[in-house]
Design a binder for this molecule. Structure first.
Ligand code: ZN
Length: 427
């Protein structure tokens, strides 16, 4: 399982690549690619998927019988990284560096002194318009060097990193590297034809499994994205349409045309209902019998700093799927969604754990509550426990990927019905 995850991560340095690889996995499993610009003809018993901006994807599987509602999973395709600015390079007398800015809130320190590569997409001029192409330089082409301890004696105390000064990646001395040449070569086009680009600096390191743990770049949230893909592909839906979404831009607030705050999920669900011949009222009724699992990695107790964890809501790596709670609803979990999800995990034989922030630590936000403002359904926020979240090389439990796959397989095979008077039927 984790070898498959490592392979997926290796081929997915950016959200564009993650979605392209997800699409390939879905097509191999027989899912039919749809386009938002076309009319959809949907048949019962088949799987479909649609992408937006090539960086978000929603797949859905229609059961043979009547579908009461939607069983939806959500994960994200992006991770914190350094985005290359237009122009790309900063040249001075001695060095050539990449002109970058932060994408998302990363831990800066782990980015130092590692071989780095560049990937993303370029937009190329064609005879009648433009065309997007994925690029991945694969090999190391850059590095952010630390300042030696001899020059900065306080480097290990009160470290702070200025992204405009300390975090600029070096590409070479002199004139040995041209970003335009390299990206054009990787895209298989002339550099004059590249009109614009979305390029990121990434860590090309491979994942490793060691002593029951896994370490790799971008585990948040490709571990959940990969697990939800695997579960979606293997589970046959029964009483509901199963829907698997992987959204871009979670790390920068989701408010883009393809993010979880966009209309992408809402539009897709509406089109599924309309294509199945349902009325607008039928669609709203289906939403009332739907459920969402928002899957985004969670914090394990830290071995050196257990004081950051909340006592009693302190999950650990390899302990099973983590259900996240927050009184201020940064996590959507409530008693109903938690109860339904725990029954699903119980059926699947998957252990669950609880996470809540220490009451004096605000914590981060995620997909669930954002998606709920557009598609309002019973939602539970879950994730897999990990260490060093938003480092460029993160660590999680080797057993947990499989736990999430099994939990989501059971989820996709289930259906939830609001029976009124605070009663919910789970099939
Ligand atoms: Zn995340």
């Amino acid at each position: 399982m984790n070898n498959g995850l490592f392979e997926f991560i290796k081929k997915s340095p950016t959200a564009y690549h993650a979605v392209s690889n997800a699409a390939a996995m879905l097509e191999e499993a027989g899912a039919v690619r749809l386009s938002e610009k076309d009319e959809w003809k949907i048949e019962k018993g088949k799987k479909y998927f649609v992408t937006r901006n090539s960086s978000s994807v929603i797949a859905f599987s229609v059961p043979e019988g009547d579908a009461a509602g939607f069983m939806i999973s959500a994960a994200h395709s992006d991770s914190p990284a350094f985005k290359i600015k237009p122009g790309g390079m900063i040249k001075d007398k001695r060095f050539v560096r990449l002109s970058t800015e932060k994408y998302g809130g990363m831990l800066c320190a782990p980015w130092f002194d590692r071989p780095l590569s560049v990937a993303g997409r370029v937009v190329v001029k064609t005879d009648d318009g433009v065309e997007c192409r994925l690029v991945d330089l694969v090999r190391p082409v850059a590095l952010i060097p630390s300042v030696a301890i001899h020059m900065n004696r306080s480097a290990n105390e009160n470290a702070s990193y200025n992204p405009a000064v300390d975090m600029i990646p070096l590409v070479c001395e002199g004139e040995r590297f041209s970003l335009d040449d390299e990206t054009a070569k990787a895209a298989g086009v002339n550099k004059e034809d590249i009109v614009a680009a979305d390029l990121f600096v990434y860590v090309p390191e491979h994942g490793v499994e060691w002593n029951g743990l896994i370490s790799a770049p971008r585990l948040d949230d490709l571990q959940c994205a990969f697990a939800s893909l695997r579960a979606f592909i293997s589970a046959e839906p029964c009483g509901a349409v199963s829907v698997m979404g992987i959204f871009d831009n979670e790390e920068v607030g989701s408010s883009t045309k393809q993010g979880a705050a966009s209309t992408f999920l809402e539009d897709t669900l509406k089109r599924i209902s309309l294509s199945l011949g349902k009325s607008g009222t039928d669609h709203l009724r289906a939403l009332a019998s739907s459920m969402m699992v928002s899957c985004d990695n969670a914090h394990s107790v830290h071995p050196n700093h257990p004081e950051y964890a909340d006592r009693g809501c302190d999950p650990v790596v390899n302990g099973g799927v983590v259900v996240k709670y927050n009184a201020n609803q940064k996590y959507t979990t409530d008693a109903v969604s938690a109860a339904l999800f725990s029954l699903i995990c119980e059926k699947a034989g998957v252990p669950t754990q609880r996470y809540a922030n220490r009451a004096d630590i605000p914590g981060g936000s995620t997909l669930g509550s954002i998606a709920n403002t557009k598609v309002s359904v019973n939602t539970v926020d879950v994730g897999l426990a990990q260490l060093a979240m938003h480092s460029c090389f993160e660590t999680a439990g080797a057993a947990d990927t499989e736990y999430l796959v099994r939990a989501l397989e059971e989820f996709f095979r289930s259906s939830v019905k609001d029976a009124g008077d605070g009663k919910y039927l789970l099939n």
